[in-house]
Design a protein around this ligand. Sequence first.
Ligand code: ASP
Length: 432
Amino acid sequence: MSKEVKKTKKQLGLTSQIFIGLIGGALVGLLFNYLIPQGYVRDTVFIDGIFYVVGQGFIRLMQMLVVPLVFCSLVCGSMAIGDTKQLGKVGIRTIGFYLVTTALAITVALTVANFIDPGIGLNMNAIQAADNVTISTKTPITQTLLNIIPTNIFYGLTNGKMLQVIFFALFIGIILTRLDDKATTVSNFFNEFNDVMMEMTMLVMKAAPFGVFCLIARTFASTGFSAFLPMLKYMLAVLLALFVQCFFVYTGLLKASTGLSPVVFLKKFFPVMAFAFSTATSNATIPLSIETLKKKLGVSKKISSFTIPLGATINMDGTSIMQGVAVVFAAQAYGIQLSMADYITVIGTATIASIGTAGVPSVGLITLTMVFNSVGLPIEAIALIMGIDRILDMTRTAVNITGDAVCTTVIANLNGGVDKEIFYKKDIKDIS
Ligand code: ASP
């Protein structure tokens, strides 16, 4: 009995510890920024030393897991769904849902941005553009589509080309299903390796409170509030659009298509959002998201092990919201008039950019060049938003993964894969 109580206490610990890391990191970061004078100890020992090494070390551990985890999870997911027809059905529905929510997200962003006018009356001189802006060149859409097919899967795996990894993993899953008991050794290998990766992830997660603390502390210590001031309206517009997407669009979609309570959903899913917020990495949240959906919301792993890694790679609603607002911001700041056709182009390209955005920090800014190019906006404008992007990156990542989880719940519900008893159960143990 006492052992059990002890265990529950321990399990409750991790999420709370991550929260403490988050809040503590923010407070310590602000303290460093405002109260501790610049110098060797503050800047070299703490900000670029301890905070940087522990924070990045944690991100690297998470990144280390991503390729094998996504690969195994998708092979097992597509095997679990079983026949190719059903997989195709789930796949098409999922991708359809992802595309619709992304297009909705950009529409919300364009509306909110036109309402707030983030770039109007902007004093360009007051804005500090980030140094060393490195912006990649544009990749044509045809090439982006062709790049999904790997010419060498080992190149795709070693270079983290996630769409190629997904493509190949699904293919393997389908073949294994077709071969059935002729390939049990290989199927068992993937199932067991998937368990190994899940276990490894849960172990790495134990370092999360420290990683989160250092990541947040460094962000706040190096970016005080003053950098945000000239960009306040832009930030406000992005945050408002993210809020609308999360608390109106998603909740509406969830309620309308499943009848499930959005309040229960958000409450139970909140720790995953907080984790995504701290790391700004959709990929890193894949295991926690799958586990939370299963254990706290009763969503079948059969569906989530397929839809969550896919969503973390191709469905970035939060990112496209930032891109939509950034378009209006840049157009206003540079006095460029956008037509209705331009807005439609932005909805199309930002949806595609969302597919091409990897679930790691700051990539949304790189794919933003593609959106700017599509309507002829100056790429230099990205430099303006770069300096304050970290906080927005954190927030949009939380929205990115919530979109994936909502879609997963909807698709699972359509396939009878949501256990309502677990969904509404109150005293569920925390994920450890
Ligand atoms: N950090 C985001 C994510 O991982 C991607 C981005 O918008 O830069 O979901």
